[in-house]
Design a protein around this ligand. Structure first.
Ligand SMILES: Cc1ncc(COP(=O)(O)O)c(C=O)c1O
Length: 409
């Protein structure tokens, strides 16, 4: 292993990169290849490739059972699942969402000309702050979307109270939270309905995919129509709809992945503990902790870099990691409110979102999953330790032009 003890050991100052191959955040987990190929052969033999085939039906039953809800409606991706759910429940007005989330949460509203009103997040949990939700309410508010960021449940209890008091639908973007619980109950079973993403970069994937899960019979029936052009039977269109269907090959991937879910959680957990151990005493580097009493997929290894302690910014730490072939990522930088079209609509939104602004400048997500080994994690942490403990010196050297930035930031 290449040691990382002196500044000249760092690749950014001319050392050899620690890794020959790039390490990514969110490398897809593929389950048992033979089982997947057997299912693909089956679906080809059946010649039933999409349109509510047997694998999609089995996948929906299995997910609903795991989550403990009456209905799972599988879809082509999480964004379309969000759009359809929003259309089925809200239709117009303003919906309160955190800005510290993936842009799809906001776009799913704006796409249908519903205004996302951005609220702030709790600095400790990074999830939607109920006090900020109340502060952002107007007579035009028609709903609330909480995001279970990093797979950690929002303050569901406070949000439920607010939604009930104002008679608003409460939806959850649970894209990160498949396989996770909140207060001992599986995420997916809260609010009016929740949405999962099964995108390839998620902890569990169906190549592309998503689902709405709910206990509401009437809502589930409506969403089933809407994701299939509104067809209620041959030649009978009963509702406005779109094409949100999951295909059989995606469901085959999902059913195969579900069989090794526990294994991938175990690997993510091992990685998380390794990072926790290695970074525990690094000043100014704070690893987001998961509540180990809950079920969790441990898919996101999230650190906050406190530049006032380290003397080096998150972005420069990221540049250093990239030059070592560690493709750590800033998430959800710079915040939805600083992306178009929202930046133009609400140019001063940042003034009301101090925690979002702070986190967007500090958060770094590190590689994990089946593609990363314990010894690789130790090397990544050694680089981070050197980069942050000697952060002031490095910042100065980089400011004077020494070092080869690789364009991560
Ligand atoms: C928080 C969040 N919401 C929504 C989505 C959209 O899901 P998809 O990529 O399946 O459309 C994602 C991820 O991609 C996400 O991270």
């Amino acid at each position: 292993m290449i040691s990382r003890k002196q500044l000249h050991d760092l690749a950014i100052f001319g050392g050899t990169p620690a890794f020959d191959e790039r390490l990514h955040v969110g490398r897809p987990h593929v389950g048992d290849r033979d089982r997947l190929l057997a299912r693909i052969n089956d679906l080809i033999d059946r010649c039933w490739l999409t349109n509510n085939g047997p694998y999609v039906q089995e996948f929906e039953r299995t997910v609903a059972g795991m989550v403990g809800v009456k209905h799972c409606i599988a879809m082509c991706n999480g964004t379309v699942a969000l759009e359809i759910l929003i259309r089925a429940t809200v239709v117009t007005g303003e919906v309160i969402v955190p800005s510290f989330t993936f842009i799809a949460t906001a776009h799913a509203l704006q796409w249908q000309e519903i205004t996302p009103v951005f609220c702030d997040v709790n600095p400790w949990t990074h999830t939607i702050d109920p006090r900020s939700v109340v502060a952002m309410m107007t007579p035009r508010t028609t709903g609330i979307i909480g995001v279970h960021l990093w797979g950690r449940g929002c303050d569901v209890e406070a949000l439920t109270g607010i939604a009930q008091e104002h008679n608003l639908p409460l939806l959850f973007d649970a894209a990160h939270a498949f396989g996770c619980s909140h207060n001992g109950r599986m995420i997916g079973s809260f609010g009016t309905a929740e949405v999962f993403s099964f995108h390839a970069t998620k902890f569990f994937n169906t190549f592309e995919g998503g689902a709405v899960v709910t206990n509401d019979d009437a809502l589930a029936a409506k969403i089933r129509l809407m994701k299939n052009f509104g067809f209620a039977g041959y030649d009978n269109v009963a509702y406005i709809g779109t094409n949100g269907k999951m295909s059989e090959i995606c469901a085959a991937m999902g059913l195969t992945g579900l069989e090794s879910l526990d294994e991938s959680i175990a690997i993510n957990y091992r990685n998380y503990k390794e990072y926790q151990h290695e970074l525990a005493d690094v000043p100014g580097v704070h690893l987001l902790a998961y509540d180990e009493r809950e079920r969790c997929n441990y898919q996101y290894v999230v650190v906050e870099i406190d530049e006032t302690v380290t003397g080096i910014s998150r972005d420069k730490v990221m540049d250093i990691l990239w030059s070592e072939n560690v493709l750590a990522r800033r998430y959800f930088y710079p915040g939805c409110h600083r992306m178009e079209p929202y930046r133009s609509y609400f140019p001063h939104a940042g003034l009301l979102l101090p925690e979002t602004e702070r986190l967007a400048a500090r958060v770094l997500v590190l590689p994990t999953g089946t593609a990363v080994s314990s010894s690789e994690i130790r090397t990544i942490c050694a680089i981070m330790r050197l980069a942050t403990v000697r952060g002031g010196e490095i910042t100065e050297r980089l400011a004077h032009g020494s070092g080869q930035l690789v364009g991560a930031s």
